[in-house]
Write a protein that binds this ligand. Sequence first.
Ligand SMILES: Cc1cc2nc3c(=O)[nH]c(=O)nc-3n(C[C@H](O)[C@H](O)[C@H](O)COP(=O)(O)OP(=O)(O)OC[C@H]3O[C@@H](n4cnc5c(N)ncnc54)[C@H](O)[C@@H]3O)c2cc1C
Length: 394
Amino acid sequence: MRVIYDAVVVGGGPAGTTAAYMLASAGARVALVEKEQYPRTKVCAGGVTPRARALLQPILGPRWNAAVQSAVRSVVVWAQGRSPLRFSGGEPLWHTVSRDVLDFLLANAAAEAGAEVVTGWRVTGVEWGDSVLEVRSPRGVLLARAVIGADGARGVVARSLRIRPQPRRAPALEAEIPVSSAPGWSGEEAWVDHGVVPMGYAWMFPKGDRISVGVSGLTTGNRLRPALRAFLAAHSLDPDAATVRGWMIPVWCRNERVSAGSVLLVGDAAGLADPLTGEGIYYAVQSAALAASALLATGPGPNAGRVYEASLTETLRGDLYWAMILARVVGWSPQLTQEWLQRYPAAFEWLRDVAAGHTSYRQLIHRIGSSRVADLLQGIVADRGSSRGEGTRG
Ligand SMILES: Cc1cc2nc3c(=O)[nH]c(=O)nc-3n(C[C@H](O)[C@H](O)[C@H](O)COP(=O)(O)OP(=O)(O)OC[C@H]3O[C@@H](n4cnc5c(N)ncnc54)[C@H](O)[C@@H]3O)c2cc1C
């Protein structure tokens, strides 16, 4: 007799491994299907915020330490030639991880919880059978009562069932360069340059004995390569020293259906990355936890999708709306944002609170609206208007 899984999870990144771990831990019969063999590479700067770490650490336990490469204790922010601002203090702002190690460890945790981890299986489609779902691959067919599509920004699950989230995709380039090629670089500092590309930024993150350099923005991909070269050159780094790899970040832009019955999309497959920062690991793990909870609460069937969609809207999607508003403001004028942060450094602490999960983007915008910050912004805009006026008169 053929096995019918309670759930087949397609894709073994942070989203898929978390979903498989949670379902298997609750006693469900789960297969996690990944097209690559672990450890596999993933184009990613590997920044893990405190709120993401709070979700990952209970899954990994002490093995979390094996994935960590650096603790980022300060960040220097540039914007189009303005004086850089440095923010630091207290606990690490975020950690960086090696994604090949992190994802491998998460897959091991899912296996230990009881999930069958099937690697080297590229899923080619998912179809409705008589009463179960058929997950197809050239290596065979798996039968399931529910499917979690965790297969990333170009996922096949969404395509084959015509669940069509149309996230806005921010193209991104990333490369890792040896620390030795960046004299004077502090291993605990990150650099972020807004305004290198429209609606985006370039970064340098410490990653152990390497540095992740990259650029991403809501722009066409062919503008990124020259922007990255210019960013590296501006920081006295050899633009030819790095092997550059490209992928995309499906940043959230509007509510769209991300389920069909008991087929639920999570993480990048659902287009759930942060439009302000590009953070996707937190959203991958959190959406996977919501999807697993919905399936466990309702069992497979149309209710699973309804419960999952409602919980997403109440939590992640609701808040990503406010992140998108902030992203537009920052993208509209990185210089203005820089000036504002300079005059009101407390705002950086607020952003830090969001990254730590202590507050939400919604609450952050509320704080901005109900504080002196809004007056300051108006003041900056007025100052600029009058200095422009003086310039024309002169
Ligand atoms: C350049 C760059 C830098 C980034 N930096 C950061 C950062 O610093 N911090 C952060 O939080 N986020 C970052 N992100 C975003 C982050 O990488 C993603 O949001 C995150 O990996 C999403 O996790 P996921 O599990 O949904 O998808 P993925 O990590 O993409 O995993 C999908 C998995 O599905 C597998 N798969 C795909 N198709 C199939 C198939 N047909 N059959 C079987 N398996 C399949 C893939 O091999 C992969 O293992 C960055 C992204 C990019 C492109």
